[in-house]
Structure formats: structure tokens, C-alpha cells
Design a protein. Structure first.
Length: 218
């Protein structure tokens, strides 16, 4: 989707912004905010990750506001694809998810910053300007989330899969059938998950896993 407004096409010099979000209301809100700033202009809007990649290739915007959770190709994969092809791309993850795992995934994929949608409009505008100048955008609230679990060990791909299945309410036997392993193997995975997450049972593991963004329930 190309930019909806032509009201400010008279601007000759501006920070060119691409918005990627699957919610039309969010895109409209951000577009309205950007339209009020003389030094910013919206060049395109995308409703999913694949479209964001295509529009970036077409428009080469100065800054991208990228939602992380979108249908099809999600924001993290879109960030990864864009920054692989365009290493200097300046992308800000803009999302409702504030778990440290979500933050790490976005930054590891190549995002230059991470903002929460609940932040003030002025924070978003200042972040766009900062990113366009090359600044790293990690607000204090986000930095705290990262620091909270800096010393914890990462769960393996299999452990994340097991934790996700447990979060869906599956028993150990059902998890074993789902991953093609024995019940004893599942118990071993859970024991390792508890140790890494510093919890004592599956309920606590699921609660913390959801809060940190290690797993999501769609």
C-alpha cells in the first residue's frame, strides 16, 4: 500500500518513513502523526512482513516502523531480510510485546531500536528522528527488560517447542506424542527448562515464558 496522503508532498527534504503493521487503525494513527511533522513524510504502508520487504526495496525509506506480530511473514523475519539485503537500513520495532525475548529477537535480526505502542507520540517521533541520524533507540523501560534476564541461559529450540505445547495445556504424554519422543525425554526437557528459567513447576514456567515473550498464545 502506498502512502495515503498527498497533503505534504510539497516537502522537499524530509525523513521518509515506511509503516508496517497489520492493523489499519494503527497505520492510520501513525500516518496522521507523521503528517503533522514538517520534517517527516510517509512514503508507504505495509500490512504484513512480505509487503514491507517489497516496499522497502521499492522506496528505500530512511526509517521503518515495523510491527513484530503480523500474518504470514512476521516483523522479525522482515527485519532480517531487509537488513541482510540493505545493511544500513534503519528499522524500529514498534510493538505491544515487551518481553525480553521479543526485544532480543528484533535487535538480533537487525532492528536499530525497539518501541512499545503504548509510548507517547512524542517518543515515536523522536525515535524516528534519532534513527534517521543513526542513533540506537532503546528507551529506559526496554533496557530494563533486557537487563532483567541478561544472565539467564537461553532455551533451545526443542525446549521452546516443549514449553509452547505445555502452555497449550498438553500433558507430558501428549507433548511426547507431538514431538515424537518418550515421556521420559519430555520430563528431562522440562527439568532443564525449569533450571534455566529458575522456576519450580510448569505453571510458573508458562507464566514467565509468556511474560518474557519466549512463547506466544495465538
Amino acid at each position: 500500500m502506498v502512502a495515503r496522503s498527498t497533503a505534504r508532498r510539497h516537502k522537499t527534504t524530509c525523513v521518509r518513513v515506511l509503516i508496517a503493521d497489520d492493523h489499519p487503525v494503527v497505520r492510520s494513527g501513525l500516518a496522521a502523526v507523521i503528517a503533522q511533522e514538517d520534517d517527516l513524510c510517509l512514503v508507504a504502508e505495509a500490512e504484513d512482513g512480505a509487503r514491507a520487504v517489497a516496499l522497502f526495496q521499492q522506496h528505500h525509506p530512511d526509517v521503518v516502523l515495523m510491527d513484530l506480530r503480523m500474518p504470514g511473514m512476521d516483523g522479525v523475519e522482515a527485519i532480517r531480510r531487509i537488513t541482510t539485503e540493505f545493511p544500513d537500513a534503519r528499522i524500529i520495532a514498534l510493538t505491544t510485546y515487551d518481553g525480553d525475548a521479543d526485544i532480543h529477537r528484533a535487535l538480533a535480526a537487525g532492528a536499530q531500536g525497539y518501541l512499545l505502542k503504548e509510548m507517547l507520540v512524542t517518543d515515536v517521533i523522536n525515535a524516528i528522528r534519532g534513527a534517521s541520524s543513526g542513533a540506537r533507540i532503546v528507551p529506559p523501560a526496554v533496557a530494563v527488560k533486557i537487563a532483567e534476564h541478561a544472565q539467564t541461559k537461553d532455551l533451545t529450540k526443542r525446549e521452546l517447542e516443549v514449553l509452547g505445547l505445555v502452555a497449550r495445556g498438553l500433558t507430558n504424554k501428549e507433548v511426547a506424542a507431538a514431538i515424537g519422543r518418550t515421556n521420559e525425554t519430555v520430563k528431562l526437557h522440562l527439568k532443564r527448562i525449569y533450571a534455566k528459567m529458575r522456576v519450580s513447576d510448569r505453571t510458573e514456567a508458562v507464566t514467565i515464558g509468556l511474560r518474557r515473550g519466549l512463547i506466544h498464545l495465538e
